[in-house]
Every structure is written in structure tokens, then in C-alpha cells.
Design a protein around this ligand. Structure first.
Ligand code: FES
Ligand code: FE
Length: 343
């Protein structure tokens, strides 16, 4: 467990990012909807092992630990909407209530501590989201989800050996494009970043708008819809607390490609990465072809971030920042404030 000191007015405080920290009160995407058909599925969030399954039309998330002798409930099975432990057959209902102790026979002597404390769950954008405790906010709205001109493409989830905070810092940063992404789209971009102005992009996302030239190799044609060597992009990139980034790319022909970049803290230095794409295209290009270039870009970020150890310093003086880092500096400030205010 990493304890991060917070400066900039938060001196003498510490905050725990994993464990009993404030991120427990936030929604985190932990699986794709298709991963829990029906389950049970084992996963780890904020250092805690969880079981996830779908039954009776509901998504259920609970600690992956049977209260009896700590068997992993994810090794069990679902019978008649009941999660049955693989060790001695105790059964749990969808609200976590222990409904069956076979060794006790017909006697209804179920100990009060036998019940599971289920988490909050939601299904949104093809993802399963969970929160340990009463969520302090809702999942941000992506307007394209309900716009019939757009289709949604889910990409799967990957495990990255890096802190979720480092991922957000990276996703808000455009100055690494010509360096880290020279092999995909970055070689056409100037290394100099224009002055960035932070604005409220909508009710949920704070960020900046900018224009950029992007290299458009053969691998990118399915995504950009253009065969030009270089394409101009009108873009906006912004964050929604705690750990979401949305990047919108618009091309000259009106094609929009919206990316929701999700960073889920498995523990302090291991994270789930997933991206969701919305596009107002004609559906003629298969989904996997559309997102293969985005996957290649993500792979470049993964290699870079996995070279850096530990958590992202959150105190203002912990890193040297320049004007191009303004978006991530502001996200770090608000992230630290969120954690301070919800302790
Ligand atoms: Fe689960 Fe015994 S450990 S029923
Ligand atoms: Fe990147």
C-alpha cells in the first residue's frame, strides 16, 4: 500500500489510494458486460479481491471471500439465482444474504455475520462499474451513447503494470505524441505545444480543445477514413474525476471518433486499461479494424508507462511541470482535493 503526501495546502495529511481510501466511493469499470455471462468472475479492485456475476437480470459484486472458511466465491457456481460456495455449499442471494447452510439441514440457524456486503453495481457503455461505498457522483454522460448517428465499439480490457494515476496523466498529455507515438500518428506533429486553455467541455468533463496534424499510415486508414499521408484533427481532451479521460477527434469530412479512456486501479501500481469508441460512421468497416490503430497507440503508451515505477506523485512540488502539462496539473489538483474532501 502506498501512502501519498499531498502538498499545496494539504500538508501534514496523507491519503491512501488503495484499501480504505476515498476511491471506494467512486465508480470504477471492472469488466466488460460480455465478461459476466453469467460468471462468477474473479477480479481485484483497489487491492481487494471481488467476485462478479450476473443472475436474475442483476449484476452482483461482493468480496471474493466466503465468510465461512474464506474459500474464493468466484470458484463457486450459480444455481437458481444463488451463488453457491464450492467448499461447503453455503448459498448467497443477489443481495448478499446467506440463504443456505447445508450442514445445518432444515434448521434456519444462519449466523448474522454469514451475509455478504455487496457493492454498488451499474452497467453502462458496455462496461460493468462498481463502487464499494455509496457513490459520490454518477458515471459521466457520453452524449454519443444515445445519438443514433453513432455506434459504440468496446475494445476489451488489458492489465497494465502501472499506476492508474500515471495513465490519466499520460492520457491528458499531448506533448509526448511526437516522441512516444512516432511509430503511429505522432511523427507529423510539432514538438512545440501551443498554449492550452482549460475549459469546462460539458457538465462532466474539463479539458482543452486543440488542432493537430497526425500521421496517417496505412494502419490508420480504417480509423481516419482518409488515405492522405497526414490528416488534420480538431480535438478536445478532458477528464472527469476521478480517473476518466475523454478524447474527441473530428476530421475534415465530419467524421467524429470519441474515445473514453478508463484507468481502473487494481492496486497502487497495477491497473486495468480499457477504451470505448463512439463513431458517426456508416458501419462499413468492421469494429476490430476501426479500433486496431487505437490499440497500437495504447500499446505505445503501455510500454512507456511500464518503464516508470511507483505511483504518480500528487504533491505539486513532486514533479517539474511546464505549460504543456497544465491539464494534468489541474487534474492532479482536483484529484487530490477530491480525496481530501471525501476522507
Ligand atoms: Fe464457503 Fe465453507 S468456505 S461454505
Ligand atoms: Fe499516448
Amino acid at each position: 500500500m502506498v501512502i501519498c503526501s499531498v502538498g499545496d495546502g494539504y500538508d501534514n495529511q496523507t491519503m491512501v489510494l488503495v484499501g480504505n481510501g476515498p476511491l471506494r466511493c467512486c465508480w470504477h469499470p471492472v469488466a466488460e458486460s460480455t465478461d459476466v455471462e453469467p460468471g462468477p468472475l474473479a477480479l481485484t479492485l483497489l487491492g481487494e479481491r471481488l467476485v462478479l456475476y450476473r443472475t436474475d437480470g442483476r449484476i452482483v459484486a461482493a468480496p471474493d471471500r466466503c465468510p465461512h472458511r474464506e474459500a474464493p466465491l468466484s470458484a463457486g457456481s450459480i444455481v437458481d439465482n444463488t451463488l453457491v460456495c464450492v467448499y461447503h455449499g453455503w448459498g448467497f442471494g443477489t443481495d448478499g444474504t446467506c440463504v443456505s447452510v447445508p450442514s445445518s439441514g432444515a434448521a434456519k440457524s444462519i449466523p448474522p455475520a454469514a451475509h455478504l456486503r455487496c457493492l454498488h453495481t451499474k452497467e453502462c457503455y458496455g462496461l460493468i462499474w462498481v463502487a464499494f461505498d455509496e457513490p459520490i457522483g454518477d458515471i459521466p454522460v457520453i452524449a454519443a451513447e444515445t445519438n443514433p448517428a453513432f455506434r459504440r465499439i468496446n475494445s476489451g480490457m488489458q492489465l497494465w503494470q502501472t499506476a492508474a494515476t500515471r495513465m490519466v496523466d499520460n492520457f491528458l498529455d499531448i506533448s509526448h505524441f511526437p516522441w512516444v507515438h512516432a511509430g503511429t500518428f505522432g511523427s507529423a506533429q510539432s514538438t512545440e505545444v501551443p498554449l492550452l486553455t482549460l475549459v469546462e467541455l460539458d457538465d462532466d468533463f474539463t479539458g482543452y480543445v486543440y488542432e493537430v496534424d497526425a500521421a496517417n499510415p496505412n494502419d490508420a486508414v480504417a480509423t481516419s477514413g482518409s488515405t492522405d499521408e497526414v490528416v488534420h484533427r480538431w480535438m478536445s481532451t478532458g477528464f472527469a474525476l476521478p480517473l476518466l479521460v475523454r478524447s474527441t477527434i473530428r476530421y475534415a469530412d465530419g467524421l467524429e471518433h470519441i474515445l473514453l479512456l478508463c484507468s481502473t486501479p487494481v492496486d497502487d501500481c497495477t491497473s486495468l486499461f480499457t477504451f470505448v469508441v463512439w463513431r458517426n460512421d456508416d458501419h462499413s468497416i468492421p469494429e476490430q479494424d476501426v479500433i486496431s490503430f487505437d490499440r497500437a497507440i495504447g500499446a505505445e503508451d503501455k510500454v512507456m508507462l511500464e518503464r516508470i515505477g511507483g505511483s504518480l506523485p500528487l504533491e505539486r512540488t513532486g514533479l517539474v511541470s511546464v505549460q504543456s502539462d497544465k491539464p494534468s496539473v489541474e487534474w492532479r489538483r482536483r484529484f487530490a482535493e477530491l480525496i481530501r474532501n471525501t476522507r
